[in-house]
Design a protein around this ligand. Structure first.
Ligand code: BGC
Length: 267
């Protein structure tokens, strides 16, 4: 295989399903060696490794809970021991524990903040430490390292019934900008991708019946649900030298969902 990410090593968290799986496969297709992190679903992670290695690529599956500090350190250790270095982190792991606010338990709140926000902090911090320790003359890219944080349109769109999730994504928006500002001088780029409604298990209720899909499409000006590949292609580009001058921003991959579609007919 050869491509834009030849010689790069990428770690994708939450890569056993959905967007993470699509991103990991696209990174491998672009030539990167890929560490596929999963928390509990080992089989799809192993299947993805087999698919990538079957195509002549390099991949390993590594179990770790991104909200656990020691697990995160081990996840990076295992990535570096498999491939010798790390160049790109895609901090993708995310969960939903939806409830109206009066019924939202502290456990629901904490679980979402722990994985979706603290998990991104822990992984980003570890990636920065590793990027800084790698000699400049060994880099496969112009940058010293790239972090892509998987956000959501809900980093700007408020979401009733999902206050924990929207709060975590809003936090990611400022984390990405603050981090990017802090580490740009080291040659490290930090950006977010904000997917809209992508056809994955996390939002299956929103697309798996014709009625649900019809309702969802009213929120998407471009008129179709997104596929993991839509996000994956954007991630490969953002990780590559083609996006070398881009840091501290969010790329919306949402078919226009964040464009206030309620105003389409004159408000
Ligand atoms: C959520 C999905 C939702 C989409 C658009 C995503 O961040 O995980 O459940 O369909 O945003 O609302």
């Amino acid at each position: 295989m050869s491509g834009r990410l030849d010689g790069h090593v990428v770690l994708v968290t939450g890569a056993s399903s959905g967007i993470g799986l699509g991103v990991a496969e696209a990174m491998a297709d672009a030539g990167a060696a890929v560490a596929i992190n999963y928390r509990s679903h080992r089989e799809p992670a192993d299947d993805l490794v087999a698919r990538i290695t079957g195509k002549g690529g390099r991949a390993v599956a590594i179990a770790a809970d991104v909200s656990d500090e020691a697990d995160v350190a081990r996840l990076f250790d295992e990535t570096v021991s498999a491939f010798g270095r790390i160049d790109i982190l895609v901090a993708n792991s995310g969960i939903q524990k939806d409830a109206a606010i009066a019924d939202m338990t502290l456990a629901d709140w904490n679980a979402v903040i722990d994985v979706n926000l603290t998990g991104q902090f822990l992984c980003s911090r570890e990636a920065l430490r590793r990027f800084r320790s790698q000699p400049a003359d060994t880099r496969p890219a112009r940058s010293a390292g790239v972090i892509i944080s998987m956000s959501s349109v809900h980093e700007i769109i408020p979401w009733a019934g999902h206050v924990n999730y929207a709060t975590a994504k809003g936090g990611i928006r400022m984390m990405v900008r603050s981090l990017a500002q802090e580490v740009a001088g080291d040659g490290i780029r930090v950006n977010a991708i904000a997917p809209g409604a992508i056809r994955t298990p996390i939002n299956q209720d929103a697309w798996d019946t014709p009625e649900a899909l019809e309702k969802l499409l009213r929120l998407i000006p471009y008129g179709r649900i997104g596929e993991p590949e839509d996000v994956a292609r954007a991630a490969v580009w953002l990780a590559s030298d083609e996006a070398d001058y881009i840091t501290g921003t969010t790329l919306f991959v949402d078919g226009g969902m964040a464009l206030y579609p309620g105003f389409r007919d004159n408000g």
